[in-house]
Design a protein around this ligand. Structure first.
Ligand code: PGA
Length: 260
């Protein structure tokens, strides 16, 4: 049985909503339902970066953390369109998603993912590393896929920095498809990730790392995934674009944290 870590729920808005006005409405709708609550879970939103300034103006006492959906491998210089980890930090964004399957599908390499992790950790930010297989077969090859992704991502990352990493296990076939992984399969993968990290570092270090699940998470499957999946929270895509659903997932997680 793995030790429990503090639950983290991140809403990845991807390239949504289409306008700032709609983003503000979504944010306010989330914000107002949790305003006066004492949450036992960490909650964050990864909106399009362009919106963060305006959204943070709308932030109430319950400060919702902002997460970037990506970061540059570089520190500064002639890299059109890119934003560095230090620039994010200077805007109060201390965490970024790295290696999302949509970025991998667009050509992001293992090497670039590793560099992005180094870039974030160098400025003491948190990195949410996404890993996950594209398909499942009967031979369990997906374990090898995830192991390779982990080993290349963690290349030369120091033990001291590992505590600032979060892993999101996101089977690609479950993302945006409405088909979520079975809780028992998530648990099996969670234990496997722990084994690989123990091998790379040590047991205590591995156990300190939060592992989230992502892939068609909804209020209907969140409780079961938390209970049986042995995970430490969620990376939520589609459902985070509906305030009611996202808040419900946060509340279910909070309830679970209370009982755990
Ligand atoms: P989904 O996306 O919840 O819409 O499946 C998850 C993700 O891409 O992180």
């Amino acid at each position: 049985m793995l030790k429990r870590r503090r639950i983290l729920v991140v809403g990845n808005w991807k390239m949504n909503p289409a306008t700032l006005a709609r983003a503000e409405k979504l944010f306010v709708d989330v914000e107002k339902t949790i305003k006066n609550k004492t949450l036992r879970v960490d909650m964050a939103i990864a909106p399009p970066l362009l919106y963060v300034g305006a959204l943070s103006e709308l932030s109430g006492p319950q400060k919702i953390e902002f997460v970037a959906q990506d970061v540059s491998t570089h520190e500064s210089g002639a890299h059109t369109g890119e934003i560095s980890a230090a620039m994010l930090r200077s805007h109060g964004i201390k965490c970024a998603i790295v290696g999302h399957s949509e970025m991998r599908a667009a050509g992001e390499s293992d090497e670039s993912i590793n560099k992005k992790l180094h870039a974030l950790l160098a400025v003491k930010s948190v990195a949410i590393l996404c890993v996950g297989e594209s398909e499942r077969d009967g031979n369990g090859n997906y374990f090898g896929v995830v192991e390779d992704q982990l080993r290349s991502a963690f290349l030369d990352i120091k033990m001291d920095d590992v505590k600032r990493m979060v892993i999101a296990y996101e089977p690609v076939w479950a993302i945006g498809t409405g088909v979520n992984a079975r809780p028992e399969d998530v648990e099996e993968m969670r234990l496997f990730i722990n084994k690989v990290l123990t091998d790379l570092y040590d047991r205590a270090t591995a156990e300190a790392i939060r592992v989230l699940y992502g892939g068609s998470v909804t209020p209907d499957n969140a409780a079961e995934l938390l209970k049986q999946g042995a995970i430490d929270g969620f990376l939520v895509g589609g459902a985070s674009l509906e305030a009611k659903k996202f808040v419900e997932i946060v509340k279910i997680s909070d309830q679970y944290a209370k009982l755990a």
